[in-house]
Ligand binder design. Structure first.
Ligand SMILES: NC(=O)c1ccc[n+]([C@@H]2O[C@H](COP(=O)([O-])OP(=O)(O)OC[C@H]3O[C@@H](n4cnc5c(N)ncnc54)[C@H](OP(=O)(O)O)[C@@H]3O)[C@@H](O)[C@H]2O)c1
Length: 259
């Protein structure tokens, strides 16, 4: 489905990002994968190359640092000469109620959840505009639809990506650049298991019981696998999604009830 394409996946060393990278590789896309942990990225890159026969370039980059982000698109152009797909994902923000967060937490949150998206979009866009083609896919969260009371930074800052998707889809349609967002619910990653473990400890319960409680909130009765988010990204990146732009797509096993 994506043979001959070049995709960038950010925050890709594990969790959702790694699941997305692995599905795009399986579909034949060459990749640039980025995150802070270069050893983990290197290992994933070699695994995907061996398994799927694509080229994968790892780039060590902290998404909260402008100079690091710049290296991601540069690597794609240097190695492959183009970028077809940006699958933007980022690290999780600090959880907490409003009164628990410092001004530094807010500034870091804005860099992590908003400015990183702005920066990498600025870096890939001139190359997509020049070729009159491209797919921008922003992996966000179902908190855009239904905020989670303890995730203040996620609830407040991520909503701006909905504005980014709608605005860019409008402005970039004439250049044949399609722009969409993904709002995933619970996905089975290390992060979710850590959050469940912390809650279990606080409430003096077993981790498995906390996970079962989360699963009961989902009509499908389970968390998503990271690769299931990857399947949606691969579809949006493919020729099959040629008339989908400006959409924010929920993938949450039916958990979010608002329309
Ligand atoms: N899992 C869920 O249920 C769920 C639901 C809705 C939304 N989300 C959101 O989806 C995103 C991914 O979640 P996840 O569950 O896959 O988390 P995860 O398992 O903790 O993985 C996070 C990824 O982000 C990278 N990362 C973290 N901080 C970074 C930074 N400053 N710069 C570059 N890369 C960074 C990590 O790599 P390095 O450590 O190598 O940098 C890792 O690859 C997060 O924003 C999360 O809040 C998750």
């Amino acid at each position: 489905m994506l043979k001959g394409k070049v995709s960038i996946v950010t925050a890709a060393s594990r969790g959702i990002g790694a699941g997305v990278a692995s599905v795009l590789a399986r579909e034949g896309s060459d990749l640039v994968i980025a995150s802070r942990d270069s050893a983990r990225l290197e290992k994933l890159a070699r695994e995907l190359e061996t398994k799927y026969g694509v080229s994968v370039v790892p780039v060590q980059a902290d998404l909260t640092k402008r100079e690091d982000v710049r290296r991601i698109a540069e690597a794609a152009i240097r190695h492959f000469g183009k970028v077809d797909v940006l699958a933007y994902n980022t690290g999780p923000p600090k959880p907490g109620a409003f009164m628990e967060l410092s001004e530094e937490d807010w500034e870091y949150g804005v860099r992590l959840l908003l400015m990183s998206a702005v920066w990498i979009t600025r870096d890939v866009l001139p190359h997509m505009v020049e070729r009159r083609q491209g797919r921008l896919i922003y992996i966000t969260s179902s908190t855009l639809k239904q905020p989670i009371p303890t995730l203040t930074l996620s609830n407040v800052i991520r909503i701006s990506l909905a504005g980014l998707v709608k605005t860019l889809a409008y402005q970039l349609g004439p250049y044949n650049i399609l722009v969409n967002g993904i709002m995933q619910g619970y996905v089975d990653t290390e992060r979710v298991r850590e959050v469940a473990a912390a809650r279990a400890q606080r409430e003096e319960r077993r981790v498995e019981d906390v996970i079962k409680e989360i699963e009961r909130e989902v009509p499908l009765g389970r968390l998503a696998k990271p690769e299931e988010i990857g399947e949606l990204v691969a579809f949006l990146a493919s020729d099959k999604a040629s008339y989908i732009t400006g959409s924010l797509i929920l993938i949450d096993g039916g958990r979010t009830l608002c329309i």
